[in-house]
Design a protein around this ligand. Structure first.
Ligand code: DGY
Length: 322
C-alpha cells in the first residue's frame, strides 16, 4: 500500500505506517502544497494523510481511483469535501480527544492574556516605557465571578468550561443539546445565542465550521456584546466576520479579542494587525509536543484501519459502511 502525506508529521505516526510495510511519500517542501501538487502526489496512492491546511475537494478526491482512505491530521474536517468522499465510499477520519485539553488550555491562555493585557504589557516593559508603579497603568478585566459564555459545548468547549472552576464563574452555554455534566458540575445554564451574547463577559467559540456557523459572529452580535466583553476563538476563523470584528475592536464596542484562527488563513486581516486590543496566535492551539505526536499516532492508526477494510475508529462518514 502506498500513502501520500501532505506535510511532515511527527515520527511516531510515520513509524506506525512504516511498520505496516506501507510505502510513504511525504511533501518535501516545508509549506502547504498546491492543489496540483496534491493531485500529483496522490497518483497511484491508496491513502491520503492530509492537514487542515489542505483543501481536499472533489477534484482531488476523484483524481485517484485507487484512493481508499483519507486520514485528516486535525479534529476539524471542514477542509475535506465529505460528500465527495462519501459518494466514492472513501472513509475519512479525524483526530478527536487527544487535543481536547490542549486546545482548551490555549483558549484559557488567550482569555487570561487579553483580560490582563499580557502581550501589551510585555512589549511596554521591554521597550523601556515602564517608569514605575502607576495606579492607572495597564488596567484590564477581572475574571473571577464573571459570566463566561461558551458557544458549542462539545469535547473542547466542555473541557474549556470545566477549567473555569477555580474562577467561580457563572456559566452560560449555547448548544443544540443539553450538557448534563456542565449543568451538574458548574450549574451551567443553556441559553439562546442572543442571551449568551448580551450577558457574557467572556465568549469563547468552540463550534465546528459549517454553513450554519459561517459568520456566526458579525456586526449585530458584536454590537450586542457588553463593552467589557472579550471574544476568544480557537475553533475556525470563518465563524467570525473579521471585518466586523476589526470595526468593533477599533471602536471599542468590546474590550478585546484573542484569536488562534483566521478567516483566510494564513492571510491575516490587516485591520486586525494594527490593533492593541487583540492577541493573535498562529493556529497553534493544539501545538504541544505530546498532542502533536498523539495526533500523528491517531491519524496513522485510522489510516491502517481504513486500508485494512475496517471502520476507522474516528471515521466521520461511517454511513458508507452501512
Ligand atoms: C484541529 O485539529 O482542528 C485544530 O484546529 C488543530 O489545531
Amino acid at each position: 500500500m502506498k500513502i501520500f502525506i501532505t506535510r511532515k508529521i511527527p515520527k511516531q505516526g510515520l513509524d506506525l505506517l512504516l511498520k505496516q510495510g506501507y510505502k510513504i511519500e511525504i511533501n518535501k517542501y516545508n509549506r502547504a502544497l498546491t492543489k496540483n501538487e496534491i493531485i500529483n502526489g496522490l497518483k497511484n496512492k491508496d491513502g491520503l494523510l492530509c492537514l487542515l491546511t489542505d483543501n481536499i475537494d472533489k477534484d482531488i478526491i476523484e483524481s485517484e481511483s485507487k484512493l481508499k482512505m483519507i486520514a485528516n491530521y486535525a479534529v476539524g474536517y471542514d477542509n475535506i469535501d465529505i460528500e465527495a468522499a462519501t459518494e466514492k465510499r472513501i472513509p475519512v477520519s479525524n483526530t478527536p480527544d487527544v487535543l481536547t485539553d490542549t486546545t482548551a488550555e490555549m483558549a484559557w491562555a488567550l482569555l487570561l492574556s487579553v483580560s490582563r493585557r499580557i502581550v501589551e504589557g510585555d512589549q511596554y516593559t521591554r521597550s523601556g516605557k515602564f517608569g514605575g508603579w502607576d495606579p492607572m497603568l495597564m488596567l484590564g478585566q477581572d475574571i473571577s465571578n464573571k459570566t463566561l459564555g461558551i458557544l458549542g459545548t462539545g469535547r473542547i468547549g466542555a473541557s474549556f468550561a470545566l477549567k473555569s472552576k477555580g474562577f467561580k464563574m457563572n456559566i452560560l452555554y449555547f448548544d443544540e443539546k443539553i450538557n448534563g455534566k456542565l449543568e451538574k458540575e458548574l450549574n451551567a445554564k443553556k441559553v439562546g445565542k442572543s442571551e449568551l451574547i448580551k450577558k457574557s463577559d467572556f465568549i469563547s467559540i468552540h463550534l465546528p465550521l459549517n454553513k450554519s456557523t459561517f459568520h456566526f459572529i458579525g456586526l449585530k452580535e458584536l454590537k450586542n456584546m457588553k463593552n467589557n466583553a472579550i471574544l476568544i476563538n480557537t475553533s475556525r476563523g470563518a465563524i467570525i466576520n473579521e471585518e466586523a470584528l476589526a470595526k468593533a475592536l477599533k471602536e471599542n464596542w468590546i474590550f478585546g479579542a484573542g484569536l488562534d484562527v483566521y478567516e483566510n488563513e494564513p492571510v491575516l486581516n490587516s485591520k486586525l494587525l494594527v490593533l492593541n486590543n487583540i492577541i493573535i496566535q498562529p493556529h497553534s492551539a493544539s501545538a504541544t509536543f505530546k498532542t502533536r505526536s498523539n495526533m500523528a499516532i491517531i491519524a496513522a492508526k485510522n489510516m491502517i484501519e481504513g486500508l485494512n477494510g475496517k471502520i476507522p475508529t474516528n471515521c466521520v462518514n461511517k454511513q458508507i459502511f452501512k
